[in-house]
Design a binder for this molecule. Structure first.
Ligand SMILES: [Zn+2]
Length: 385
């Protein structure tokens, strides 16, 4: 019963009572007082009834109104995806005219230097802000124990940095820094005789490679090798070279070992020839270790902290945002995550776009402010609509 019909009903009953009272000889003044008090009680009753019928709790239980509209729903997010948050990974090979699709990484290609600009032109027009470059040496004899080709001035990464800086002056160029694409053994540094990483030599070599990329014009160098102490070494060399003021140092601080990198290794040709990377990448359960690595890399001079992979490590992204609350936090939605979303959509489990957006929203909600994503070309379209 609505409030107005309830009052009407009680008024009708009041009138009937009044008629009976007059018949019994009561005064009309006391009847009017009685009627006013009945209406007042009705209002109070109606209010109490409506509240208790429609709300089974206090007023704070009523939330639906706050997100009844699409715009109001978007206001619920602490941060919303924008084009500026996205970094797009590119695989650049030393075969200049190559454009080869990567079977395990849907819609992604390995490209030679001559194919980069035609591919990127429409994306830059749509608002692509940043790319991260991974070099893929394909030439026979390009790999050796020291990863010599990593900073070859004619190699694919340095050539691509120079070309993209010239052709797309507004595009922010990140250079991934590691040796595993360039070493004959496929590990992320220089090895000792027993097959373990020689940390001192690896750090020295990797910091040289980072400086070469920075001097070629990279806006940002991003060491992904996980050798201890490489952030400090790179920062010091950037200072020594007088270029620390114009280069962002993005640390893959919390990079976990696991099975989500398979398609990337197909793309980059960086599968280790023996063993695995479990002694330098973090163990999946190592939350405390990740926090220590994040703290260390901040102390060593990192400007941006990255967590990789993303969706399986949302707690680590949240930790990174907590520890590095004054820093940008990047998350890399890696090749295996991307391939899984494609596979799920292909199997009819969910819609590709909906899951791409939902997974990215989860990454942002956890605390990331930068997302390295193979979905970047689609996001440039999706964010327009
Ligand atoms: Zn590596």
């Amino acid at each position: 019963m609505s409030f107005s019909s309830l009052v009407q009903d009680l008024s009708f009953r009041d009138n009937a009572n009044e008629r009976r009272a007059v018949n019994r000889g009561n005064s009309s003044a006391s009847t009017m007082d009685d009627r006013r008090s009945q209406v007042s009680r009705a209002m109070s009753y109606a209010s109490t009834t409506a509240t208790s019928v429609s709300i089974s709790g206090d007023i704070s239980s009523q939330l639906h109104g706050g997100y009844c509209h699409p715009l109001a729903r978007s206001w619920q997010a602490e941060r919303q995806l924008t084009k500026s948050m996205l970094i797009f990974p590119l695989f650049v090979s030393d075969i200049d005219d190559e454009e080869v699709s990567i079977p395990s990484l849907p819609d992604q290609h390995r490209r030679g230097i001559n194919k980069l600009v035609p591919y990127l032109e429409p994306l830059v027009r749509k608002g692509l802000k940043s790319v991260i470059l991974f070099g893929v040496p394909m030439a026979a004899g390009a790999k050796d124990a020291l990863g010599t080709a990593a900073d070859d001035p004619k190699g694919p990464v340095i050539a691509a940095i120079r070309l993209l800086r010239q052709r797309f002056p507004q595009l922010f160029i990140v250079a991934d820094v590691c040796l595993c694409e360039y070493t004959s053994h496929g590990h992320c540094g220089i090895l000792k005789d027993d097959g373990s990483l020689n940390n001192a030599l690896s750090v020295d070599r990797i910091s040289d490679v980072a400086i070469a990329y920075a001097q070629a014009g990279a806006h940002c160098v991003a060491p992904s090798d996980m050798n201890d102490g490489r952030i400090r070494a790179i920062k010091l060399k950037l200072i020594e070279e007088g270029i620390a003021h114009r280069v962002v140092l993005m640390s893959y601080a919390a990079k976990f070992s696991g099975c989500l990198y398979g398609p990337f290794r197909d793309a980059a040709g960086s599968v280790p020839s023996f063993g695995d990377r479990k002694c330098y990448q973090l163990p999946p359960g190592g939350r405390g270790l990740a926090r220590r690595a994040i703290r260390r890399d901040i102390d060593e001079g990192a400007d941006v902290i990255m967590v990789k992979p993303a969706s399986q490590y949302l707690d680590i992204i949240s930790d990174a945002k907590d520890i590095g609350r004054d820093m940008p936090i990047a998350a890399y939605q890696v090749s295996g995550e991307f391939a899984m979303i494609h596979a799920g959509a292909k199997a009819g489990v969910f819609d590709l776009k909906t899951m791409a957006l939902e997974s990215t929203e989860g990454i942002l909600r956890a605390g990331a402010t930068i997302v390295v994503s193979y979905f970047t070309p689609q996001f440039l379209d999706w964010l327009e609509s």
